[in-house]
Write a protein that binds this ligand. Structure first.
Ligand code: SAM
Ligand code: SF4
Length: 444
């Protein structure tokens, strides 16, 4: 395709967090609104949007290798846009290093993508990494078709400045989307088939807004309002910060049946000295106290977290404290990462960076501990009956995959359809999924 013709097909490839998945869906909707169609799986597209993640170093390398791979056999390239946090942080460098990239658009500016595509097709490359507070949402088209489970970004940005993290620089300050907009978007998602909505934010539990009567509400208030949507079966939220975990939100886990018994509450490390150096502003004890409070109101809650191993200066003994914390909590699932120095963050300039082989060994030990707690959690679920939301077909004929209330993947054979909520007895547990047998009584 010559860059003088308008692209007819597009592909949006999202990397990294769920918020990027949400942004990727919204960009696809914008392009579809311009009359473009999604390129079929495996086919070339006229326009490719790489919606990138900047949280770890490898993610950036991956973007460059992905750009290289877009070159076709005849040497031509599609129109390439780099979006997301790498675009925000390294926009100019990308344009210089990869001349085939014609558009660089940050996470707060992607509502401008259609204009940028028009310009790029006319031979005018452009960069937009402005960070106006939350205005992009006002420019996005109404939500379209969705699966049984949908994401809804309610809050963006972060004011916490953990010393290792680029998010406050790439996503900007904490901003909450208005209550009425969120109720409206959620209703549209439900109208187009969503049975579950996961509320997203870098610090989702920092969300605040004003309800229809002008009263200040927190995330618990938003959850209660969404629970009133009759066809919405389930509500989840992620990612929460321990410091924003209010009693009202904890209490919602007891009093809102549609709020699923799952809490993703990253702790990062099990040593108070390391937490302080990370600027986490919580201690191991204050973190454990929150978990106790949640378990007191919702004893079956499944707990999840994020961990970083090999933060600068982390000693063997401090790392052992992280493993002990994992065993104490008994997480149902977790994300764990090797510390990756990010240019411009305070931790990148700290002395005593940990050797890669030490990080490797620590990550292996931590993941072994997490796998043990995850398997134990799954095994303890065997014999329980629960509702499963049917999300997709399995690999075998007649097999379906869905999620338990505790966010476990459950596979089973039944005569159901996508979006059904089915009563299932969990019969066998593996480390990453369970098999179930439906009671054949449809719940919804
Ligand atoms: N705001 C959330 C919180 O603090 O819990 C997390 C958002 S962050 C995008 C997701 C996770 O990436 C963090 O919880 C942390 O474990 C990990 N992460 C962030 N910066 C990192 C770094 N420089 N190296 C390794 N992992 C990192
Ligand atoms: Fe990053 Fe910390 Fe903000 Fe999470 S709370 S996004 S880890 S700075």
């Amino acid at each position: 395709m010559s860059h003088n013709s308008a692209p007819k097909t597009y592909k949006v490839k999202s990397f990294g967090c769920q918020m990027n998945v949400y942004d990727g869906e919204r960009m696809a909707e914008l392009l579809a609104d311009q009359g473009m169609t999604a390129a079929p799986e495996g086919a070339d597209a006229d326009l490719v949007v790489l919606n990138t993640c900047h949280i770890r170093e490898k993610a950036v390398d991956r973007v460059y290798s992905d750009i290289g791979r877009l070159k076709r056999d005849d040497g031509s390239v599609p129109l390439i846009a780099v979006a997301g946090c790498v675009a925000q942080a390294e926009g100019e460098e990308i344009m210089a290093r990869a001349p085939s990239v014609k558009m660089v658009v940050g996470p707060q500016a992607y509502h401008r993508l259609p204009d940028m595509v028009r310009d790029a097709a006319a031979g005018r490359p452009s960069t937009d990494t402005d960070m106006p507070a939350a205005t992009k949402f006002a420019h996005l088209p109404a939500r379209r078709r969705t699966g049984a489970s949908a994401f809804l970004t309610v809050q963006e940005g972060c004011d916490k400045f953990c010393t290792y993290c680029v998010v406050p620089y790439t996503r900007g300050a904490e901003v909450s989307r208005p209550y009425a907009d969120l109720i409206d978007e959620a209703a549209r998602l439900v109208d187009s088939g969503a049975r579950e909505i996961t509320l997203l934010g870098q610090n989702v539990n920092a969300w605040t807004g004003e309800d229809a009567k002008g009263r200040k509400v927190g995330l618990d208030g938003l959850i209660r309002a969404l629970a009133a949507l009759p066809d919405l079966a389930r509500i989840r939220y992620t990612t929460s910060h321990p410091n924003d975990m209010t009693m009202a939100l904890i209490e919602a886990h007891a009093s809102v049946p549609k709020l699923m018994p799952f809490l993703h509450l990253p702790v990062q490390a099990g040593s108070d000295r390391v937490l302080k150096a990370m600027n986490r502003s919580h201690t191991v004890e204050s973190y454990l106290r929150i978990l106790e409070q949640v378990r007191a109101v919702r004893p079956d809650i499944a707990l999840s977290g994020d961990f970083i191993v090999g933060f600068p200066g982390e000693t063997d003994a401090e790392f052992d404290e992280t493993v002990r914390l994992v065993e104490t909590v008994g997480y149902a699932q977790c994300f764990s990462f090797k510390y990756s120095p990010r240019l411009g963050t305070p931790a990148a300039a700290m002395g005593d960076q940990i050797a890669p082989e030490v990080m490797d060994e620590r990550l292996q030990r931590l993941q072994a501990a997490l796998n043990r707690t995850q398997l134990a959690f799954n095994q303890a679920s065997v014999g329980k009956s629960c509702e499963v939301l049917v999300e997709r077909r399995g690999k075998l004929p007649g097999q379906w995959l869905g999620k338990s209330p505790w966010l476990q993947s459950v596979h089973f054979f039944a005569d159901v359809t996508l979006g059904d909520v089915v009563d299932v007895t969990l019969i066998e547990a593996g480390p990453n999924s369970l098999s179930g047998r439906p009671t054949m009584q449809m719940v919804a």
